[in-house]
Design a protein around this ligand. Structure first.
Ligand code: ATP
Length: 336
């Protein structure tokens, strides 16, 4: 499997890259640290020897179903304990109450008391945090304001849109004024306008100095929010870093290219004569070519174009997308 072959290089990249990631903290006080963490659910391995260090800013957490994103987030928020290894928040064991105050969590599920208003819900959560009444009220109003829900908070939760529900979840996560905000699939099911508003809100929270860990199935969605991602596959963090670095690292991995050209059948034959080409399909004027190494392919194809005076109308790497990168890492199709 490709991801297994990639792993050592990726781990090095993760370390190198994280040290240069925009940081709100001095290097000695990482916000979130996973040290060789494994989590078993009975016989099922949810997380497999994960080592990870986040220092602030926004980190996207991406992976297909069952990759281990929720498990990692629950460990970070102290909801579950690792079977092996250690999770710390600002140096404190994530399981400890002091660490939990430092972390706000937005779960992917909507588990609300639907008859409550948004304000009542957030206030109840503030009371449950143990704040005295006046402080609880103050924090409720402050967080509702922060998420832009002050004027809509007296409606019942059952009438809220998905985006409004997400904001209310966000408000309760912000009650303790956390250093780290963990958001599990916050954009799922939300319409494009609501998504854009939430993305803006997340950016503004990060700009205020909060670290954000945001999970999604969709790397392309996360790319709008951050360039810094951790890619999970089968319980492991397969890669951490900026997408550029991950792309660079994947330079020598297979790709597919669409070429619109005159005489496509002749061109297909010429392409097949190149060493790095592993397959060619022709449909109409389009040739889809699969090659081992992008670098070598583009060099050799360039020579071919000149030598054969090919009339190339379009050249498009089909995999040069976030999904394709994920696909390489997962050893699958790239669709998540
Ligand atoms: N409570 C549990 N009991 C048993 N197995 C679990 C439990 N929670 C998660 N798992 C298993 O652990 C693995 C990782 O699951 P996890 O929910 O962390 O993945 P995920 O990336 O969040 O997936 P999804 O995007 O579908 O939520 C999966 O194989 C899953 O079936």
């Amino acid at each position: 499997m490709r991801s297994a072959e990639l792993k050592p290089e990726i781990t090095n990249l993760a370390k190198a890259d994280l040290s240069s990631h925009s940081s709100i903290r001095p290097p000695h006080s990482a916000l979130l640290v996973f040290e060789q963490v494994s989590k078993w659910y009975g016989q099922v391995l949810g997380l497999n020897q994960v080592t990870l260090e986040l220092r602030g800013g926004i980190t996207g957490l991406v992976g297909s179903n069952g990759a281990g994103k929720s498990t990692l987030m629950k460990l970070a928020t102290g909801q579950i304990r690792p079977t092996l290894g250690r999770v710390t928040v600002a140096g404190v064991d994530a399981w400890h109450w002091e660490a939990r105050r430092l972390v706000g969590y937005c779960p992917d599920v909507d588990a609300f008391y639907e008859d409550m208003t948004g304000r009542e819900f957030v206030r109840t959560m503030a009371d449950l945090c143990g704040y005295p009444s006046a402080e609880s009220k103050r924090r409720t109003e402050a967080t509702l304001d922060r998420v832009g829900m002050s004027d809509r908070a007296d409606r019942k939760l059952r009438g809220y849109s998905k985006g409004m529900r997400q904001r209310i979840k966000l408000a309760q996560a912000l009650l303790t004024d956390p250093s780290l905000l963990v958001l599990d699939e916050p954009l799922s099911g939300i319409d494009p306008v609501g998504r854009q508003e939430l993305l803006d809100l997340f950016r503004s929270l990060a700009a205020q100095g909060m670290g954000l860990l945001v999970s999604s199935h969709e790397l392309e969605e996360l790319e709008k929010l951050t360039n810094h991602v951790a890619i999970m596959a089968r319980g492991r963090v397969a890669a951490v870093g900026t997408l550029q670095k991950i792309r660079e690292m994947l330079e020598d991995f297979p790709l597919s290219v669409r070429i619109d050209v005159e005489r496509p059948k002749d061109v297909a034959k010429l392409l097949l004569s190149l060493d790095e080409v592993t397959g060619v399909d022709v449909a109409g004027d389009t040739v889809t070519v699969r090659a081992h190494s992008p670098k070598t392919f583009f060099r050799d194809f360039g020579r071919l174009v000149v030598r054969e005076r090919l009339d190339v109308r379009r050249l498009e790497p089909l995999d040069d997308s976030a999904h394709a990168i994920l696909g390489y890492l997962l050893g699958g199709s790239g669709k998540t």
